[in-house]
Design a protein around this ligand. Sequence first.
Ligand code: SF4
Length: 279
Amino acid sequence: MQVLLANEYGFCFGVERAVEMVEKAIGEGQTVRALGPLIHNEQEMQRLAHEGVTTINAPVQIQRNETAVIRAHGVTPEVQRELEEKAGSVVDATCPFVTRVQKLASRAAAEDRHVIVVGSPDHPEMIGVHGYAPNHAFVIRDESEIHTLPRLRRPLVVSQTTIKAKTFFDTADAIRAKTDDTVEVINTICSATRDRQEAARALAGMVDAFYIIGGRHSSNSVKLLAVCKEQCEKSFLIETEAEIDAFDLIGVEKVGVTAGASTPKWLIDKVVKHLEGLG
Ligand code: SF4
């Protein structure tokens, strides 16, 4: 049995960078505490916990002798300030793609313009971005919510980094139709999710079975499963190699493997090795 990996899989750039920054701090002997779960993968969180990384829910929990970590989603400027005041040091692992959205929002607000961010208002990334333009920004999910917006002043329209391009552009069009003022639209969607889906789709048509490694609650992993199922009926979402049922692989000549953006390489390697052992 041949085991084939998709061209793009696993950790996205921002998550990989955040984990590397945390490991560097641990290596320097710091006591590391992340504000919110660093990564949506139980196995990787357990590994990091083993290395001494713990999670806090609010800046007030950090101590003077500890290092606070801002995860890839970023935080509001107030939260960042609070962490800087309370912690011994701060590791800012905000993904540069998210920093770009924060800066764009902040700049437009400084020019007294409205900022419309297309995304989920309760997502941590959106809470952080909103904090950069608190009196000027509105976060809306899609075009169905534009009736909630006030009369717009030279609006800037940007997006949460992980939303669908169609949702963003449809909403931007609806905003253009709503106002006579100049509308600036900047697509700030990151390609990591799309790249993983396209690579999985391309491979799924060539294999007899497909394993997607990722958390059952990880939305990008669940989407990868749906994409693979369209082309390959025997597609399975698994968290570890222990969930592979050899019975499913009877008669299978080629098996595809991909992984969600929060799945670490060591976990993927274990699954691939296990599959190769079964072949
Ligand atoms: S999905 Fe994109 S924006 Fe989000 S952390 Fe990964 S690389 Fe950064």
